[in-house]
Design a protein around this ligand. Structure first.
Ligand code: GLY
Ligand code: MN
Ligand code: MN
Length: 432
């Protein structure tokens, strides 16, 4: 059993039962599916890689961990791939007991009755929601002599996500691996980029490198934005030519053994930043370095966000994008015209990872950074191409610089430091 599952069992306590479903395959077109990606919470607790499984966790039982899985089926396996089956779930994934998923619904009452609390997240898996609701309403119509259905239903993700927020050393190792593969892919892209290429060539280069080096693929759709495509935050069409004199924004990260990296660099297509591009770049880089510094214990998520807004607003004034008192520009949210996203997010199994950003239910108290958290640091400036109020030399420039940072006892460690971001270093690399 994974340590994570052991810890979850201890935290829900003996009067509870938890039902945690795996993901299902998703249809892509007619009769083909997207490549399967396991649900992060399910993977975190069980490690079981197949769709359509359900974990039932019963802490009071001598055998607390049951998996319901797709049964072995020679014909299905010939067509669609190997299955671990009931035996494999016990042998390879250390389930105390395993059964065919076909048995699950019929055993629901036997499984759940007698526990005070049911840990189950409604609203994710509609089919399972209906099975559990049918069980609950069915039990209410019966006169129960031996055991009652639970009177409290709790969302287990609060507990699981708190655990996921604080990475163990083993998790950090996997995240470093995802980060290293991604960093190398970015360096490769910088070296290869030339005017006349297409965005999709850079995309394919990066993603091929990730796969070649053991990543399961990308952690999110790569953003390869040349010229003013860089001012579209989630630009994923990646099908335009790269022009001499433009910048290229590359936001791409690998997924390795279920863990994500998330890196952005913005570099000149022809290998040399123009003066105007450098002016904007230097502002963003300076803010990024200071915000990395600020990603440490003693600070909060909100404190860091406000810090980034302050610094970038100062920078916008310096560039002539905004005029007025910094305090007023912030109060009136004028800065949002050019900086409209957060300075970073938790990173882990999901690119925008699990974990609360506030310590209280009313979302008033921002969370302090703590060792084991991994966060991105990704300030940016995006000047729309048609923005008449911006100096014309800056119009259409979009710049983001993003690294992945692990909070440590005495500061932090940048997992993605291997990709250059100093403009001189980038130019030197591209000149080779
Ligand atoms: N690549 C998504 C993000 O930076 O949040
Ligand atoms: Mn990103
Ligand atoms: Mn990010």
């Amino acid at each position: 059993m994974k340590d994570q599952l052991q810890k979850f069992i201890e935290s829900i306590g003996p009067d509870s039962i938890a039902i945690i479903p795996a993901a299902h395959e998703a249809r892509r077109s007619y009769d083909t599916e997207y490549k399967f990606r396991q649900d992060s919470d399910f993977a975190y607790l069980t490690g079981f890689p197949e769709p359509d499984a359900i974990a039932v966790i019963d802490p009071a039982s001598k055998k607390p961990y049951t998996l319901y899985v797709r049964p072995r089926d020679p014909e299905m396996e010939t067509w669609y791939g190997r299955r671990h089956g009931v035996e494999g779930a016990e042998k390879n994934y250390n389930a105390d007991k395993a059964f065919s998923i076909d048995k699950f619904q019929g055993e629901l009452a036997k499984l759940i009755d007698g526990h005070e609390k049911l840990y189950y997240r409604f609203g994710v898996d509609e089919k399972l929601d209906l099975q559990i609701l049918a069980y609950l309403s069915g039990q209410r119509q019966r006169r129960l002599k031996t055991a009652y259905p639970p009177h409290t239903i709790m969302d287990p993700t609060i507990l699981i996500h708190e655990m996921r927020l604080h990475k163990t050393p083993d998790e950090v190792e996997l995240m470093q691996k995802a980060a290293t593969i991604s960093a190398e892919a970015h360096v490769l892209a910088m070296k290869a980029t030339r005017p006349g290429m297409n965005e999709f060539q850079i995309e394919s280069l990066i993603e091929a490198y990730m796969r070649e080096n053991g990543a399961s693929g990308v952690a999110y759709n790569s953003i390869i934005g040349g010229g003013d495509n860089a001012t579209i935050l989630h630009y994923v069409e990646n099908n335009r030519p790269l022009n001499d004199g433009d910048l290229l924004l590359v936001d791409a990260g690998a997924e390795y053994e279920g863990y994500a990296a998330d890196i952005t660099r913005t570099f000149p297509v022809n290998g040399r930043y123009s003066k105007a591009q450098r002016e904007v770049y230097d502002v963003v880089l300076d803010v990024q370095l200071q915000c990395i510094e600020a990603t440490k214990t003693g600070n909060t998520v909100k404190g860091r966000q406000e810090f980034s807004i302050e610094l970038l607003t100062e920078g916008m004034k310096k560039l002539g994008l905004l005029k007025g008192k910094t305090k007023d520009l912030i109060r009136k949210k004028e800065y949002m015209k050019y900086y409209m996203h957060g300075v970073g997010h938790y990173l882990g199994m999901d690119v925008h990872d699990a974990g609360r950003y506030f310590t209280d239910q009313t979302a008033k108290n921002s969370r302090p950074f703590a060792p084991g958290m991994v966060l991105t640091v990704e300030p940016g400036l995006y000047i729309p191409p048609n923005d008449k109020s911006a100096p014309s030399k800056y119009r259409g420039i979009g710049i983001r610089i993003e690294d992945d940072v692990l909070v440590t006892e005495d500061g932090n460690r940048n997992l993605t430091a291997a990709v250059p971001k100093d403009p001189g270093e980038i130019e030197a690399l591209m000149a080779r």
